[in-house]
Unconditional design. Sequence first.
Length: 94
Amino acid sequence: MTDIAGPSSAELAAITEGRTAEEIAASIARHVRQAPLSADTPLPTVRGLATELGVSASTVSDAWRILRARGVIDTDRRRGTTVRLDRTAAGGRA
């Protein structure tokens, strides 16, 4: 199995819009739907992305919670947070 390199915190912050958890979640879901972030792509840590976006870690944590609830991302203690395979969960079409 090959490791997929995900975007760094700085790279994800550069394409992420918004300052609230809902805005950040919507922006990341949009990038998943439009395919720049593909399935199983690892995402940065909550703290790393929060630092880059200039928001609190709890804001990014809330955004991750929203994205998990919508089926856009998965979180695993060992693998971290990754993009899910199903693009329809991000609001795309099958």
